[in-house]
Ligand binder design. Structure first.
Ligand SMILES: *[C@@H]1O[C@H](CO)[C@@H](O)[C@H](O)[C@H]1NC(C)=O
Ligand SMILES: *[C@@H]1O[C@H](CO)[C@@H](O)[C@H](O)[C@H]1NC(C)=O
Ligand SMILES: *[C@@H]1O[C@H](CO)[C@@H](O)[C@H](O)[C@H]1NC(C)=O
Ligand SMILES: *[C@@H]1O[C@H](CO)[C@@H](O)[C@H](O)[C@H]1NC(C)=O
Ligand SMILES: *[C@@H]1O[C@H](CO)[C@@H](O)[C@H](O)[C@H]1NC(C)=O
Ligand SMILES: *[C@@H]1O[C@H](CO)[C@@H](O)[C@H](O)[C@H]1NC(C)=O
Ligand SMILES: *[C@@H]1O[C@H](CO)[C@@H](O)[C@H](O)[C@H]1NC(C)=O
Length: 919
């Protein structure tokens, strides 16, 4: 089969661009799911027995494989995860008696916090530390009502929370300083071991110690005990019993089948709330991990999952497993302020103290006034080039330089040769963020300062003005204000899903959060992302269960309660700002107190209107008075901005922040005002008219809220149901990119045969013969999906096939390369990483069933089914046919390759049916 991984040769640009996309696919690894009620199995056949049968069957057929996990949770998943030695054995997995599906695996990542920090341009002011100022978590808890729950003694006691992440440093004093029965962290499991490379054999054990940091931060947001110096962090549910399931090694990749195993274990060990701060682009509710997470939620666990940090990549990019139908996907809202350290500036020109991105002072630094030494691009590439004798010993200086010319670790190594003792880095962009999470430990203490401060210091240095830096003894903390506080983080991922469900569900604070960090890495850190928002909601869910009752029915109502009571978030702080689209904020920013105590229940929380072709414009919802007194209700329509999700005049998704317009839907209510006695309920019918006058090709996503306001003798209450629809047709949106938007003059799909000096790719234009000697630059097939596709296939067809003459609904296929790929995410169009799928056509090229492609003349057919299309109807597919390609393979080079069986068929995995496939 074709190799969608990197090739040697000159197509470097193509290769580099591909990484983000191909890393989703993991070769040779599959989850085999068994149909539990299959006639082959006895009524009460145990999962263990079924596993044994599966192994016997596979062994009897000579399959070479390793078992990674055995899943035995009836109702959720019974099956095996396997690594097969040879991709061509895939069909044997499909032939296991009673098999329901064979799922390919895609990588899941801990969302990148560096990516999540880009709304920074709007951070400016900082207030001197005032002990009367609320400490960090108190500020957030006052906004979300968690403070009022804590004041009532609601702290998560008796609720069990499972955290699926990179582990936890349970020796942290704020996290109970211990592990096991009787401690805050009562248990957990390590599914992987302390690996960087998850392709190595896993090293599971029962000790989920965190070597990465992320999981410790997440755990602190939920569980940090108050009263612990220096920050007195107060976790949202600090009396909950926490178990931590480690599914990542020391890097950012998580093991996808371990994540499934962890979900099952977290459920089976009785966790009432399960949090996953991880994900990957998808857009599809039916993604396998999403389905497992949703099944567990459906059983009555509250499953909270981060929405993703890809907001800048625009709409239609919802992250799995947060796409799961019954899970709660959590968007990130920027915090109003967070604590940082400052240094004082002395010398010729007065300057305000400069903040550096650490909540704790850098250690082992002199408290004397230190001169600076600055690098620019002319002075040894910001310190990345070899440091010459012109550079003095830097021991008694504060080194100021910029990121970007080399890896920070290399820069630090380099500067340490001059004895540097402290380095301040600034970014060439407005990015001002923490450094620790991404780069780990360095030989020299280093921190980030704002760009303006870095550029100002550099200017002083080169103008030979005297300037000194003094680190206040014992440190000095300030509250750093974010002007974007209370708005959805620009990096929080946009939905909706391609089946027009509501993702994300709700928002919580994630945009720069102070929490615990492994002691070995300093103990505390400020980092951003939806990874930080999801655990905040998990904590709120525990408080909700403690108030309303800890049972499966209450758990299943949780998303409705959280969505209906959340606080609507505006697009900006400008006066008369529109409300942010629900595809970004979900139903609003969490209000934990209201979710736990509101006496008005409205359901369903989401009115899903679908698109113009499948419009469901009349919808009902029910209002119930849960209180003990009569309530009078008023119902009103509050629209949110309509998101223009496809760039006008184009087929490409709009980049973030996605533009909003104030063309709103119109709403007719069956009743706008009524009274309900205690425990009485009423159905309200809402008739929607989509916004008019918009370009339906831009797929405008309109949304908003139907607010129900109760006036009683007690406090007034406001709850809402949220609605969302598309004023266009998803079916009419082109899926397979046939434009030259990526590179002028080169339309995708393309057979890329060369690359110019300036990096431009050259495509095959006419019938061509390729002779494979083994040392030349191979052609690559480049394909982009402008929009998600329910099914995607690449096949070799006979050279005589002509798309204009396809009669009936079948195209004869010679062999498949990459077929039956279901639930494909769209590619991104973000410079400089212009995502597309590359496939190398070289000596190894083989059909999906493992047979090498023989010499001959072929065309390549690429087809992608449109959203809501019928796979049996050729007209519902976007198709492309390559020019004729004659292949002449070098048998010696091939033989050498074939004997190296481990390299053979290195490839995209991923099909549900083996062998070939006809339409
Ligand atoms: C720590 O924070 C809690 C509120 O979360 C507060 O009640 C307590 O007084 C604080 N303790 C200290 C020492 O400031
Ligand atoms: C180097 O800096 C000069 C100004 O100091 C600027 O004009 C030039 O673009 C910079 N070059 C690079 C590669 O950043
Ligand atoms: C919207 O309609 C499509 C096509 O019928 C369907 O597949 C999808 O599930 C619908 N979405 C919702 C939320 O009803
Ligand atoms: C809405 O509720 C009414 C009863 O109040 C019922 O007649 C109608 O069928 C419902 N409509 C939908 C779309 O469920
Ligand atoms: C968003 O709005 C700005 C300002 O009106 C406009 O320049 C830009 O083209 C719009 N972008 C998209 C993707 O619609
Ligand atoms: C989109 O708008 C055009 C022009 O108004 C109209 O002809 C077409 O039917 C619309 N398509 C859909 C799917 O609504
Ligand atoms: C590739 O190998 C062939 C045969 O060994 C040789 O003739 C040819 O020059 C080589 N081409 C390149 C680009 O190295």
């Amino acid at each position: 089969m074709i190799k969608p991984n990197l090739i040697a040769g000159s197509l470097l640009l193509l290769a580099a661009q591909a990484i983000a996309i191909t890393s989703q696919f993991i070769p040779k690894r599959y989850i085999v799911e068994i149909e539990e009620n299959h006639a082959l199995f006895a009524r009460d056949e145990s999962p263990a027995h079924i596993h044994k049968r599966m192994h016997n069957y596979l062994e009897a057929r000579g399959l070479r494989y390793e078992t990674r996990h055995e899943y035995g949770s009836p109702g959720v998943l019974v099956g095996l995860s396997l690594t097969i030695k040879d991709e061509s054995d895939l069909h044997k997995l499909h032939s296991i008696p009673g098999v329901k599906a064979v799922h390919p695996l895609r990588m899941l990542q801990i969302p990148d916090p560096a990516q999540a920090s880009s709304s920074i341009a709007k951070r400016e002011a900082y207030a001197a530390y005032d002990p009367k100022n609320a400490p960090f978590t108190d500020t957030l808890h006052a906004i979300t009502g968690v403070d009022k729950l804590h004041a009532k003694g609601i702290t998560g006691k008796g609720i069990k929370i499972g955290i699926i992440d990179t582990g936890v440093d349970y020796n942290h004093p704020a996290l109970g300083n211990g592990y096991g029965e009787g401690h805050k962290i009562i248990g957990g499991h390590d599914f992987v071991g302390d690996l960087e490379d998850l392709t190595l054999p896993l090293e599971p054990d029962n000790d989920p110690m965190d070597c990465q940091g992320h999981g410790t931060h997440v755990t602190g947001i939920i569980g940090a005990s108050p009263g612990i110096a220096p920050f007195n962090l107060t976790g949202v549910a600090y009396d909950a019993e926490i178990s931590v399931y480690k599914v990542a090694g020391c890097g950012r990749n998580t093991d996808p089948d371990a994540t499934v195993a962890a979900l099952i274990k977290a459920d089976q060990e009785g966790n009432d709330v399960i949090n996953l701060s991880l994900g990957g682009p998808s857009g599809w509710t039916g993604d396998f991990q999403s389905v497992v997470a949703s099944r567990i939620a459906g059983k009555g666990r509250i499953v909270t999952i981060s929405a993703g940090n890809e907001g800048l990549d625009g709409a239609w990019y919802a992250s799995r497993p947060g796409t799961g139908e019954d899970v709660i996907s959590v968007a990130s809202v920027d915090t109003p302020r967070f604590p940082l350290q400052v240094v004082d500036v002395g010398g010729d020109t007065p300057h305000d103290p400069i903040p550096y991105f650490d909540p704790l002072p850098l250690t082992n630094i002199s408290d004397k006034a230190l001169p600076i030494y600055a690098f620019t691009n002319d002075t040894m590439e910001f310190g990345c080039a070899t440091l010459t004798d012109a550079v003095p010993n830097l021991e008694n200086h504060v080194v100021v330089t910029r990121t970007g010319s080399c890896a920070v670790s290399d820069l630090m190594e380099n500067l340490s040769t001059k004895g540097a003792k402290i380095v301040f880095l600034y970014s060439g962009t407005p990015l001002f963020s923490s450094i620790r999470q991404t780069v780990g430990d360095f030989p020299v203490p280093v921190s980030k300062i704002p760009r303006e401060a870095g550029e100002w210091l550099t200017k002083q240095f080169f103008e030979t003005k005297e300037v000194t830096i003094t680190f206040p003894k014992g440190g000095r903390l300030v509250n750093y204000e974010q002007q974007t506080g209370g708005l959805v983080a620009t990096t929080s991922t946009y939905g909706p899903s391609f089946d027009l469900r509501f993702k994300p569900s709700v928002g919580a604070h994630g945009g720069e959060v102070l929490s615990t960090y492994p002691l070995a890495k300093g103990g505390y850190i400020v980092i951003p992302g939806t990874s930080m928002a999801a655990p905040y909601l998990a904590g709120c869910a525990a408080l909700y269960l403690q108030v309303r009752g800890n049972n499966a029915d209450i758990a299943r109502q949780a998303r409705n309660f959280f969505e209906s009571t959340s606080v609507m978030v505006p697009e900006s702080h400008e006066e008369n700002s529109m409300l942010q689209s629900v595809t970004s904020q979900g139903a609003g920013l969490v209000n934990a107190y209201a979710a736990a105590y509101t006496e008005t229940y409205v359901w369903p929380g989401e009115l899903l209107l679908n698109d113009t072709r499948h419009f469901r414009g009349t919808q009902n919802f029910t209002v119930k008075n849960l209180g003990s007194k009569e309530k009078k209700y008023d119902v009103t329509h509050i629209p949110a901005g309509t998101a223009i999700t496809i760039q006008p005049g184009s087929i490409q998704a709009a980049r973030g922040p996605v533009n909003l317009t104030d063309s709103y839907a119109e709403v007719e209510l069956s009743s706008a005002s009524f009274t309900l006695a205690p425990h009485e309920s009423k159905i309200i019918t809402v008739k929607f008219t989509p916004p008019q006058g918009l370009d339906n090709k831009t797929l405008p996503v309109y949304s908003g809220f139907i607010q129900v306001e109760a006036q009683g003798d007690g406090e007034e209450e406001k709850v809402h149901v949220s609605y969302m629809g598309v004023a266009g047709s998803l079916f009419d949106q082109k899926v397979l990119d046939d434009t030259d938007d990526v590179q002028k003059g080169l339309n995708f799909p393309a057979i890329v045969i060369d690359q110019q000096e300036d990096g431009k790719l050259i495509a095959q234009k006419k019938a061509t013969t390729f002779e494979f000697e083994g040392n030349e630059t191979f052609p690559q097939l480049g394909v982009r999906l402008a929009f998600g596709s329910p099914q995607f296939d690449i096949e070799f067809v006979d050279a005589s096939v002509d798309l204009n003459k396809v009669i009936g609904s079948k195209i004869p296929v010679v062999g498949s390369l990459f077929n039956n790929q279901t639930g494909m995410p769209r590619n991104i169009l973000a410079s400089p990483n212009t995502g597309f799928f590359p496939f190398s056509l070289n000596n190894n090229v083989a059909f999906r069933n493992g047979t090498l492609v023989p010499d001959g003349t072929y065309k390549i057919l690429v087809r992608a089914l449109r959203v809501t299309g019928n796979r049996d109807n050729l007209n519902d597919w976007d198709m492309w046919l390559s020019p004729a390609m004659t292949f002449k393979f070098n048998e010696t080079a091939r033989a050498a390759f074939a004997s190296d069986s481990d390299d053979k068929n290195v490839d995209t995995p991923g099909t549900r049916s083996a062998g070939s496939l006809l339409l």
